[in-house]
Design a protein around this ligand. Structure first.
Ligand code: 6R9
Length: 655
C-alpha cells in the first residue's frame, strides 16, 4: 500500500442503542472495559477461573520469549471435562447440549449426560486404537453429533485434532494429514448436502494412497448416509478401516479424564491463505478455552439455563471449533447443530429451525445473510422468529445494508447485531460490540473486547488518528492466540510479527472513525490502487449492495494501463431485478454518488454466483484472474468449482 491511507469514503450514520431489558441484565457491562484497562492480566486471570482447573494457575502470561506466548503455564486442566463432565457433576446432566437437525429432517437431542457417555466411549475407542497423548488425529466429517464427540474425545486424551472441511478434496486432505503426521482419521460414509448423500470415505481412501500418509493406522467411519461404499467409489481396507458403531458402541462409557498442562496442544487447524502451502495454526489448552468461554458469554450474553444458541458455521472452520464446540459447551449451553444447506428442501429452512427450537441467539456469516436477502423478505416473514434476541455475524465485513436487513427481518428490529472480527489465528473473538453495552453502527465491529488491545497503524507503524485508515494490528498478546505454525516457527514470525515490530499484523485493512470505532476493510492483498488512491474492496461492495437491485457484490482491482488498477465489480442481482441496458450505468452512478467518482467501477458484470470458500469468503483472487484474463490459480478450497466456468462464460473474450 502506498503511504496514503485507505480512502475513508463510506458514510454510515445509523445508530442502534442496546435494548433496555438486555442492558439491564447483561452478562457483561461497561465496567469490564475499565477493569481490563486497569489490570489486563488480572482481568484474564479472573476469566480463567470460569474454567475448572485440576491445578489452578498462579502465572498468567509468560512473554519472556516473544512472540511465543505461554498463558496460565503452571495450570492443568482437561478441556473435555470442562465442556461436558463438570456440567453433569453440577446437576445439569439432563440439560440438552445438542439439538441435532439432519438435512433430511431426522433429529436427535443429546443431553450433557449422554454426551459424557458418548465422549467417554469414543475416548476409550481411540485408546484401543493406540492413540496416545500428543498423537494427531485427523477428522473429516459432515456436521453431525459424532464430529463434536470425536473432537471432544481427542481433547480428552490430549491428542490434538486436525479437522479438515468435509468439502475439501482428497488432495487437500492428504496435504493436511501429511503436515500434521496424523495417526488416525475419523470420517463418515458421507453426509447429506442439497438433498443427496455426499460421500466422504472415498476421498479418505484416495488421500491415504499418497506418500507421507503411511503413518495412518486406522480409519474410523461413522455410518451416516448408509450409501454403499462401493457405489460412491470407496473401498474398505481390512485391518485399517473400522465402523464407528462397531468400535465405539461396545466401549465402556466410563473414562477418567487426565489433566494436561495449559500449554498442551489442543488442535491444529489449517488456513489456506493466498499463496504457499496451508498454515497449520496451533492452539493450546488453557488460554484458548478461557477466551472462547469468556467471549461466548460476553458477546452473545448467553444465559445457559434459558437460551437456545445456534451457530450455523461448519465445524471445519475455526468458527465451528470456537463457537460450536469449545465456547458454548464450556458454558453449558443448549445449542442447535444443523447438517445441511440453508435452502434444502426450501429457502425457509433456517427460519423453520429457529421456530422449531425457539432459537434465541443466532451466529452466522454475511454471505448467508446476503443470500437470504436475495431470496426475499417474504421467506423469513412466514416464520415465528420472535425468540431471537442476539444476532451475530462473522467471516467478512458485513455491508451496512445486510446488517440492517438482518436486524430488521430476522431480529424483529430489536435484536442487537454483533459484528465479530477475529481469525483462525486469534482463536476467539477480538473486536465486537457487546450487546448490552455498545450503541451499534451497521458495518462496524467497533471496539476491542475487554482485555484485548487492537489499533490501526500506517505504513511506518504509527497509530493513525481517528478518521483515518491503515492496517489492523494487535498490540498485546491475548490468551487464545495461536502459539505458532505447526512445525514452522520461522513462518510464524515472518507472517505475523515481522511487518510491524512487536505487533501482530492481522493482514486486514481497517479504519478508525471519528469516535475511534474500528471498521474492517478487507484483506490488505485485496486493497485496490486507483490513480494513486487506495480504495477498499469492502467499501465499494457495500455501496453496490446498498442499491436496491443488488444482493451481493465482489470487487477487484484489475491491472490498467491508465490508472494502475481499475475497479471491476461482479454483482448478483436481487430476485426480480432485470439485467437491462441501463443497469450498469445506474450502478456506476450509484457508487459515484455514495463514494465519489474515483470509486466508480470501470466494469460491472452481473453474475449468478460468486466463488466462495466453504466458510463463505469471496475468493477475490480468482475474480482478479478472470478480470485480468489469466488462468485460474488454486481452486481447491472453492465450494463449487463450476462457478468459475459460469463467470468466465459471461465475459467478452477480449477485454
Ligand atoms: C473467524 C474467521 C479471518 C479473516 C479476517 C478478516 C475476515 C472475519 C470479520 C472479518 C470483517 C468481520 N473477517 N470476521 N472481516 N469483519 N467481522 O473468519 O476466521 O477464516 O481465519 O478468517 O476473515 O479478513 O482476517 P478465518
Amino acid at each position: 500500500m502506498s503511504n496514503e491511507s485507505l480512502a475513508n469514503l463510506l458514510k454510515e450514520e445509523r445508530r442502534f442503542a442496546p435494548p433496555a431489558d438486555l442492558a439491564a441484565h447483561a452478562n457483561v457491562t461497561a465496567e469490564a472495559y475499565e477493569q481490563a484497562k486497569a489490570d489486563r492480566l488480572g482481568f484474564w486471570a479472573t476469566q480463567a477461573r470460569r474454567l475448572t482447573w485440576a491445578e489452578e494457575p498462579t502465572e498468567t502470561l509468560d512473554w519472556s520469549n516473544p512472540p511465543f506466548a505461554k498463558w496460565f503455564a503452571d495450570g492443568k486442566l482437561n478441556v473435555a471435562y470442562n465442556c461436558v463432565d463438570r456440567h453433569v457433576e453440577n446437576g445439569l446432566g439432563d440439560r440438552v447440549a445438542i439439538h441435532f437437525e439432519g438435512e433430511p429432517g431426522d433429529s436427535r437431542s443429546i443431553t450433557y449426560a449422554e454426551l459424557q457417555r458418548e465422549v467417554s466411549r469414543a475416548a476409550n475407542a481411540l485408546v484401543e486404537l493406540g492413540v496416545r497423548t500428543g498423537d494427531r488425529v485427523a477428522i473429516y466429517m459432515p456436521m453431525i453429533p459424532e464430529t463434536v464427540v470425536a473432537m471432544l474425545a481427542c481433547a480428552r486424551l490430549g491428542a490434538p485434532h486436525s479437522v479438515v472441511f468435509g468439502g475439501f478434496s482428497a488432495d487437500a486432505l492428504a496435504t493436511r494429514i501429511q503436515d500434521a503426521d496424523a495417526r488416525v482419521v475419523i470420517t463418515a460414509d458421507g453426509g447429506y448436502r442439497r438433498g443427496k448423500p455426499s460421500a466422504l470415505k472415498p476421498a479418505v481412501d484416495e488421500a491415504l494412497t499418497r506418500p507421507g500418509t503411511e503413518n495412518v493406522r486406522s480409519v474410523v467411519v461413522v455410518r451416516r448416509t448408509g450409501q454403499p461404499l462401493e457405489e460412491a467409489g470407496g473401498t474398505w481396507t481390512e485391518g485399517r478401516d473400522l465402523w464407528w458403531h462397531e468400535l465405539v458402541d461396545r466401549q465402556s462409557d466410563q473414562h477418567t479424564p487426565q489433566a494436561f498442562d495449559a500449554e498442551h496442544p489442543l488442535f491444529i487447524l489449517y488456513t489456506s491463505g493466498t499463496t504457499g502451502k496451508p498454515k497449520g495454526i496451533l492452539h493450546t489448552t488453557g488460554g484458548y478455552l478461557t477466551q472462547t468461554s469468556y467471549t461466548h458469554h460476553a458477546v452473545f450474553d448467553l444465559k445457559p439455563e434459558s437460551d437456545v444458541y445456534w451457530c450455523t458455521a461448519d465445524v471445519g472452520w475455526v468458527t465451528g471449533h470456537s463457537y460450536i464446540v469449545y465456547g458454548p459447551l464450556s458454558n453449558g449451553a443448549t445449542e442447535v447443530l444443523y447438517e445441511g444447506t440453508p435452502d434444502t428442501p426450501h429457502q425457509g429452512r433456517w427460519w423453520e429451525i429457529v421456530q422449531k427450537y425457539g432459537v434465541t441467539i443466532l451466529y452466522t456469516a454475511p454471505t448467508a445473510i446476503r443470500a437470504c436477502m436475495k431470496w426475499g423478505d417474504d421467506i423469513p416473514a412466514k416464520f415465528d422468529l420472535s425468540s431471537l434476541r442476539v444476532l451475530g455475524s462473522v467471516g467478512e465485513p458485513i455491508n451496512p445494508e445486510a446488517w440492517v436487513w438482518y436486524r430488521k427481518h430476522i431480529g424483529g428490529d430489536t435484536a442487537p447485531v454483533v459484528d465479530t472480527w477475529w481469525q483462525t489465528e486469534t482463536g476467539a473473538i477480538m473486536i465486537s460490540p457487546l450487546p448490552g453495552v455498545t450503541e451499534t453502527k451497521p458495518g462496524s465491529a467497533q471496539v476491542p473486547l475487554p482485555g484485548i488491545a487492537a489499533t490501526v497503524v500506517d505504513d511506518d507503524a504509527n497509530e493513525v488518528p481517528d478518521g483515518s485508515g491503515g492496517y489492523l494490528v494487535l498490540t498485546e498478546p491475548w490468551p487464545s492466540m495461536l502459539r505458532t505454525i505447526w512445525g514452522d516457527d520461522q513462518r510464524y514470525l515472518d507472517t505475523y510479527w515481522s511487518r510491524f515490530s512487536g505487533r501482530y499484523f492481522a493482514g486486514d485493512g481497517a479504519k478508525k472513525d471519528e469516535d475511534g470505532d474500528i471498521w474492517l476493510l478487507g484483506r490488505v492483498d485485496d486493497v485496490m490502487l486507483v490513480s494513486g488512491h487506495n480504495i477498499s474492496t469492502t467499501e465499494v461492495e457495500s455501496a453496490l449492495v446498498s442499491h436496491p437491485k443488488v444482493a451481493e457484490a465482489a470487487v477487484v482491482g484489475a491491472t490498467d494501463p491508465q490508472t494502475t488498477q481499475a475497479i471491476c465489480a461482479f454483482v448478483i442481482l436481487r430476485g426480480g431485478a432485470a439485467e437491462d441496458e441501463g443497469l450498469v450505468e445506474e450502478l456506476r452512478a450509484h457508487v459515484g454518488k455514495q463514494l465519489g467518482p474515483i470509486a466508480k467501477p470501470k466494469r460491472i458484470l452481473p453474475v449468478a454466483e460468486l466463488p466462495k470458500t466453504r466458510s463463505g469468503k469471496i475468493m477475490r483472487r480468482l475474480l482478479r484472474d478472470v478480470a485480468e484474463n489469466r488462468t485460474l490459480g488454486d481452486v481447491t478450497t472453492l465450494t463449487d468449482s463450476s462457478v468459475m466456468a459460469l463467470i468466465q462464460s459471461k465475459l467478452p473474450s477480449a477485454s
